[in-house]
Design a protein around this ligand. Structure first.
Ligand code: 4UW
Length: 551
């Protein structure tokens, strides 16, 4: 089967799987999940979510169906959540979170998940863009929520309710009334937003991604087709150690796995030893991870104390950043299980490549094959199409899971699409070989992936430049192969030689969320290298070897 065709002089790569667009569910994703749950053969009392630390706490198929409708009712009638209204979630993982998420969608609301590490000003940025009037959180983050809502830069926001999930859950479970998911007739779900996750795209500060119900229904369907009976089969037990506030955990644990009737053991956070302990208790067979977690599984001596882990774990899916061949091979050897990689972007709701097309010939360094209905194109730095196999180029994508654009940011939206508006420019450099397997080999865009989290250099630079002792600044990601991640490093020009670089670093680290701190250190330079157009030449910074690194 040929996986390429020509179109107006370009080589277009296609998926080996077919997608019949006419079969895509039209309507609300909450209804889609409900239908899928009802249609699979498992009993209504099958636990879909189990609390990893207390297995008496479960959410069954029936609980999801009943409670999401009650939550929708309470949100609409008591908190005024109507069609198109954003609701901000500042929450750690729990078995209740997915039901809440689906309840918001059933009411017609749009979910705006926030990173729990955010400081108030970072939360404010998200509240400002999403326009959320309701924040649902938990006791330890109430103060962050209050302060974020009270911020006035760049503008005041209009948050009317801050409540805890516990409070809402109590209200919902004691309610006698409920609300069926709002119906989006015809093709209208192509214009109705489901959630706003945040991404810096190819440059600049984090932007709200406009993901529609049609986008996410397409991507879940693409996953259902491509996983077939391979990985996501109900006999497996999945461990949710990734945060459901990031697109990877969100889409996997709130939509795809429950829609397929799978059981998910939910961890509030990733604690390696706790995960090792709980794998045998719950007989967890598949884990979704990011590469820094892979390093622990591959190298930590702790694993030897939990021999049952090797018995129960059958497969590990890695994504959100590159997993090297050597790390993948060490994992296979140490755990005696299958290791897969997939590739996704917040802008593509999120998965584009999946490894299940040919697991026998799948190469662990590859991200697999294009998802059903997706088309890819490779374009070089001069804007010329790349032809032939194993030739690098920026990956452009076209398909039903590609977002509509960024909230209130027409300029960034225009920039991230090709001039004809048809293709999303991923900012990633990829190659594809004769078998149709893809490899992500580099990144054109500015983004840093620090332990799986997005970090936007432009955002960190603007914080650095707000310090009067910093004359100029540039931030880039430094590869740390031993840790399986990149870490943000700042290059700064200081006002004069009396300024203490460590003091600047300490000051900076107090201004940003944990994952944005300068874990890669701070380097003092004479001038930030810039192109004639004034663009920071981050690659030159990344490749510097002889620097004195502070911190
Ligand atoms: N190899 C190399 C990879 C890879 C990668 C991502 O934060 P975002 O916007 O989105 C994500 C989503 C990841 C994801 C979602 C669902 C899923 O099942 C899955 O597979 C396991 C992964 O990370 O960051 C997007 C950027 O992250 C990099 C790449 O630069 C991309 O543009 N990235 N996956 N396997 N790089």
């Amino acid at each position: 089967m040929s996986l390429t065709r020509k179109e107006a002089g370009a080589t277009i790569h296609v998926s080996p799987w077919a997608l019949d667009h006419s079969t895509l569910f039209k309507g609300n994703i909450a209804q889609f999940v409900l239908n899928s749950l009802a249609n699979n053969t498992a009993s209504v009392d099958k636990p879909i979510y189990i609390d990893a630390l207390d297995s008496t706490k479960v959410i069954t198929k029936r609980n999801i169906a009943e409670n999401l409708k009650k939550i929708a009712y309470i949100l609409k009638t008591r908190y005024g959540v109507n069609e198109g209204d954003a609701v901000c979630l500042l929450l750690t993982n729990s078995i209740y979170l997915p039901v809440l998420h689906l309840g918001i969608l059933a009411a017609g609301g749009v979910v705006s998940p926030a990173n729990i590490m955010y400081l108030p000003n970072e939360l404010h940025h998200q509240l400002h863009l999403s326009g959320a009037r309701v924040i649902i959180t938990q006791p330890e983050f109430i103060e962050t929520a209050r302060q974020g809502a009270a911020h006035t830069e760049p503008e005041a926001v209009n948050v009317e309710h801050i409540l805890t999930l516990e409070d809402l859950w109590q209200q919902a479970t004691s309610a006698t009334e409920s609300l069926d998911p709002i119906v989006y007739p015809g093709d209208t779900n192509k214009h109705k937003h489901a959630y706003y996750c945040f991404s810096s795209g190819t440059s600049g500060k984090p932007k709200g991604v406009l993901t529609t119900h049609a986008n996410i229904i397409s991507n879940v369907t693409q996953q259902v087709i491509s996983t077939g009976n391979n990985i996501y089969k109900p006999g497996n037990v999945f461990g949710a150690v990734l945060p459901m506030s990031h697109i990877y955990g969100l889409s996997t644990f709130i939509y795809t796995l429950p829609a397929l009737g799978n059981t998910i053991v939910v961890f509030e956070k990733f604690d390696f030893q706790q995960v090792l302990e709980k794998i045998s208790e719950h007989k967890i067979s598949v884990l979704h991870i990011v590469p820094p977690m892979a390093v622990l599984f591959a190298k930590s001596p702790l694993l030897a104390e939990y021999p049952l882990v090797r018995k129960y774990i059958k497969g590990i899916m890695s994504g959100a950043a590159p997993l090297s061949k050597s790390l993948g091979s060490q994992l296979i050897e140490r755990l005696d299980c299958q290791i897969w990689q997939a590739y996704g972007l917040t802008e593509t709701s999120p998965i584009n490549h999946f490894p299940t097309y040919d697991l026998v010939n799948y190469d662990v360094e590859s991200v697999g094959w294009l998802m059903p209905g997706l088309e890819g194109r490779l374009v070089d730095e001069n804007g010329q199409d790349v032809h032939g196999f194993n030739q690098p180029g920026e990956l452009w994508l076209r398909g039903p899971n590609v977002m509509r654009g960024y909230i209130k940011n027409a300029e960034a939206t225009t920039e991230v699409f090709s001039a004809d508006g048809q293709w999303l420019r991923t900012g990633d450099v990829a190659v594809v070989n004769e078998t149709g397997q893809w490899y992500i080999v580099d990144r054109f865009k500015e983004l840093i992936k620090s332990k799986g989290h997005q970090v936007a250099p432009a955002e960190l630079e603007s914080v650095l430049l707000s310090n009067p002792d910093v004359v100029d600044a540039a931030v880039t990601g430094i590869h740390m192969p031993e840790e399986g991640t990149e870490l943000p490093r700042a290059f700064v020009v200081l006002r004069n030689a009396t300024v203490d670089p460590l003091e600047v670093k300490r000051w900076f680290d107090s201004k940003v969320a944990r994952h944005k701190k300068l874990w890669g250190g701070l380097v003092v330079i004479d001038a930030v290298p810039k192109s004639t157009a004034g663009k920071i030449q981050r690659r030159l910074l990344r490749d510097r070897k002889e620097d004195i690194v502070h911190g």
